[in-house]
Design a binder for this molecule. Structure first.
Ligand SMILES: CC(=O)N[C@H]1[C@@H](OP(=O)(O)OP(=O)(O)OC[C@H]2O[C@@H](n3ccc(=O)[nH]c3=O)[C@H](O)[C@@H]2O)O[C@H](CO)[C@@H](O)[C@@H]1O[C@H](C)C(=O)N[C@@H](C)C(=O)N[C@H](CCC(=O)O)C(=O)O
Ligand SMILES: Nc1ncnc2c1ncn2[C@@H]1O[C@H](COP(=O)(O)OP(=O)(O)OP(=O)(O)O)[C@@H](O)[C@H]1O
Ligand SMILES: N[C@H](CCC[C@H](N)C(=O)O)C(=O)O
Ligand SMILES: [Mg+2]
Length: 534
């Protein structure tokens, strides 16, 4: 029998314009991860769960004696018996697609009062809730048998380092004897299988389906990234965490969050009681603020905390050795295959998370020595006499951390290829341009994913920042064609330099308008080096 179509494998990233997975897998090889088994759930049980979780009973229109056998918020993916969550959005109202959902056999609709007025909606039972996104998480969890209560789920939030930390955590947990799962920007992994992700944190029904699949696969511990979008949009409602962890906070997504305080408040929702334990990196002021608000185990690479680092040695091959000092006099030697102080912080968070669920720190640390994270500080090596790196830095703090680390690592020059994505935070563009100009010797400002924006205007904003930057040292060139920019950087590289291609990391496509053009920074860099090894 062919495998059932997996609704977790493909999701629309850019909404109505079509499916555009944003987190293509690192290798291109895709497996099928079937959604976990649903527990047929009566509408009465859903009403009860939603009421308990949100403090507000949904108004039921129509018969309440139906049963749901699944849930989705995408009308085009409804299967017979599903609860269709018709959600209000920035671009559409899900209720506008109710005809399609009901035509595909939706058993009931969850929507808001505005959605309930759409004529098509009223032909099946309707649960009307003022905050249907808040209701959808608990409902989905109920439909999938509350999977997060059957494994230890460790959630990592923060502006930077989530993906890296969950990979480190996955490896550490496995080394300490756990059977692991992972959900994040790049992919979902369980039991040696992987599917590329469309979101960093899946929508609630997809998340619960994945967690249920993990439970069925006897996964004991799962590490997942929890984005601020997910927290703000209640994608993780109804999900119980054994541990919630915070890496750091810096300017990003200010198109979605009106202020830094609002952005922090979204991240802080992971620490509102849904996690049994908390791990907080207090290297930045936001982390210290959070640690003052909630009971937390703290980690720091620079100051006092429950978990700290000593005897750090950064090796020329990009690996690092250090000792971790933990609670109760714990001292653990660590070998880390990733460079940079920021990755030491990520490793500390991972170790403290594993320890928080009762695993042995020495065994946990044993898992860190070989972890490579797709598109994060990824070395591209074709025997060339200079270092070549692909990295996912696409926000100011990441660009700063990346270029500062590389500057320390090489004796030669820093050659940077960088762009900014379209339809995303515009404020970060001049800042990223300025940082590149300040911390590099040569910079090529190029295109990232322009999406629906004019790429020349995005480059202009970055160039403006680069030209105004105080103390800028770099020669800055504009080359919109990313392939040409990578080739130009490789052609300019001399022995001892580093060429860094930043912003797209593991991504396998470039989003231009509604199209996705196949593009891999790793492949392009490798090809350019092979053709011109210096
Ligand atoms: C800002 C944001 O996250 N928006 C997400 C949100 O959009 P929205 O609520 O405005 O919904 P909408 O597109 O107006 O559609 C309304 C409703 O109609 C439904 N619909 C819509 C069209 C259709 O044909 N059929 C259909 O049923 C949709 O499923 C939705 O429920 O819900 C939609 C449905 O799931 C998502 O596609 C959309 O993701 C957008 C495209 C996106 O790019 N999100 C990114 C920024 C994101 O979520 N990123 C974070 C983290 C980033 C990071 O880590 O840096 C992530 O977790 O991935
Ligand atoms: N702890 C950290 N502090 C600052 N910068 C970091 C840290 N960890 C990683 N980075 C930088 O940020 C980039 C993104 O890292 P990573 O993918 O691990 O973070 P993320 O939080 O998952 O990001 P995203 O939200 O974009 O998925 C890396 O490629 C690196 O340049
Ligand atoms: N999860 C991030 C990815 C950004 C990746 C970068 N390459 C871009 O397109 O801006 C976002 O949706 O903002
Ligand atoms: Mg990520």
């Amino acid at each position: 029998m062919p495998p059932a179509p997996s609704r977790t494998a493909v999701e629309p990233d850019e909404g109505p314009s079509g499916p555009v997975p944003s987190g293509d897998g690192p290798t291109g090889q895709e497996d099928v991860i079937r959604p976990g088994t649903v527990v047929p759930t009566s509408l009465e049980a859903l009403v009860e769960r939603i009421t308990a979780a949100t403090g507000e009973a949904p108004e039921v229109r129509g018969e309440v004696d139906g049963t749901t056998t699944g849930a989705t918020l995408r009308a085009g993916e409804v299967r017979r018996g599903d609860l269709f969550a018709a959600l209000p959005g920035a671009r559409a109202h899900g209720a506008d697609f109710a005809d399609q959902a009901l035509g595909r056999g939706a058993a009931a609709v969850l929507t808001d009062p505005a959605g309930a007025t759409r004529p098509a909606v009223g032909t099946v039972p309707v649960l009307v809730h003022p905050r249907p996104r808040e209701a959808l998480g608990p409902a989905s969890s109920r439909i999938y048998g509350d999977p997060s209560s059957h494994l230890a789920l460790l959630g990592v939030t923060g502006t930077s380092g989530k993906t890296t930390t969950v990979y480190l955590l996955e490896a550490a947990l496995a080394a300490a004897g756990a059977t692991t799962g992972l959900i994040g920007t790049v992919e979902t992994r369980m039991r040696g299988r992987r599917v590329p992700s469309a979101f960093t944190t899946p929508e609630a029904p997809d998340l619960q389906a994945l967690l249920a699949a993990m439970v069925e696969q006897d996964v004991t511990h799962a590490a997942m990234e929890v984005s601020s979008h997910a927290l703000a949009q209640d994608r993780v409602g109804g999900t119980a965490y054994a541990v919630g962890a915070f890496t750091n906070l810096s300017a990003e997504h200010l198109d979605f969050h009106p202020t830094m305080e609002d952005y922090f408040a979204a991240k802080a929702r992971l620490f509102d009681g849904r996690a049994q334990r908390h791990v907080v990196c207090v290297d930045d002021a936001w982390g210290r603020h959070l640690a003052g608000m909630v009971e937390a185990t703290t980690v720091s690479t620079t100051g006092e905390a429950d978990w700290t680092v000593a005897d750090l040695v950064a090796h020329p091959d990009g690996t690092q050795s250090f000792h971790v000092h933990g609670p109760d006099g714990l001292e653990v030697p660590v070998e880390l295959a990733l460079p940079g102080a920021f990755n030491v912080a990520n490793a500390l968070v991972a170790l403290a998370c594993g320890h928080a669920v009762g695993l042995d720190p020495v065994r946990l640390a044993g898992g860190l020595a070989t972890v490579a994270v797709p598109g994060r500080m990824q070395r591209v090596d074709a025997g060339q006499p200079f270092l070549a790196i692909v990295d996912y830095a696409h926000k100011p703090a990441a660009v700063e951390a990346l270029l500062t680390t590389l500057r320390d690592e090489v004796s030669g020059r820093v050659l940077t290829v960088l762009g900014c994505g379209g339809d995303r935070d515009r404020e970060k563009r001049p800042v990223m341009g300025a940082l590149a100009a300040q911390l590099s010797d040569l910079v090529w400002i190029t295109d990232d994913n322009p999406r629906t924006e004019d790429p020349a205007a995005i480059r202009a904003a970055m160039l403006d920042g680069a030209h105004r930057a105080e103390g800028a040292r770099a020669i800055v060139a504009e080359e919109g064609d990313r392939r040409a920019a990578i080739r130009a950087a490789v052609a300019a590289a001399r022995a001892g330099d580093v060429v860094v291609v930043a912003g797209k990391g593991h991504e396998l496509g470039q989003k231009v308008g509604a199209e996705v053009v196949p593009f891999s920074d790793v492949d392009e860099l490798m090809t350019a080096i092979r053709e011109d090894p210096a």
